[in-house]
Design a protein around this ligand. Sequence first.
Ligand code: IPE
Ligand code: IPE
Ligand code: MG
Length: 246
Amino acid sequence: MTQDSISSSQTPRHVAIIMDGNGRWAQNRGLPRAVGHRKGVTALKNAVKFCKRRGIPILTVYAFSTENWQRPATEVRFLMELMKRTFSTELEELHREGARIRRIGDTKGLSDDILHMWNEAEARTADNASLLLNIAFNYGGRRDIVLACRQLAQLAAAGTLQAEDIDEDVIQNWTMTRHCPDPDLLIRTAGDMRVSNFLLWQIAYTELYVTDVLWPDFDDDTFAQALADYAKRQRRFGRLNDTDSE
Ligand code: IPE
Ligand code: IPE
Ligand code: MG
């Protein structure tokens, strides 16, 4: 399917991706899992370029979950180092591409040097407008909701918020994605049919697409297939289609 066959109204404004399968990609080749993670960075760079070309303004990717700390310490350490190395080698290119980087996730548990690196990346790219790239790092959907609740409880305790004024918009305004609309399309690679604690609040009406392709193999064709599938979906949001009779 070519770009021209999808009209702009059917192009998602916000795509979220669970980048899964790096370990399996490496294990299938008898290689250490780390090699899969490194390949995954290349796939991410490619996905960023693809979004820009296809006019998708917001991309949110799941890079490290609040549960991923439970992996062996060597893998966790490698992923933290990989993140740092990726920023030192790729930040300028992402900047040139016009990507604005935003970290979403808890700061608790991240080392000072990692936090410093994120702050630098966000500041360096703050004025870019081609693509908003949210990177979920130490992110959990439940943590997102818990932290929002804590903020609301503090406002209520201080008397600046009344319980009856809490509605969906107020909660949304305290989530980690308050700066952007909910995803239109959520893609998960590597075949597992679950959301693994990603964006729980935000995906209430997001279209889901799961591909067996492992993240390091995720290329333009796979991305285009997901978009073509999305373009055929009827998003009803609980309503009936315009053509449905009573
Ligand atoms: C996704 O790949 C990357 C992270 C979770 C950091 P995995 O490492 O989960 O790969 P599989 O699922 O074991 O193949
Ligand atoms: C989800 O993948 C997290 C990321 C892609 C960062 P996992 O590999 O951690 O998810 P599970 O364990 O298969 O649910
Ligand atoms: Mg996995």
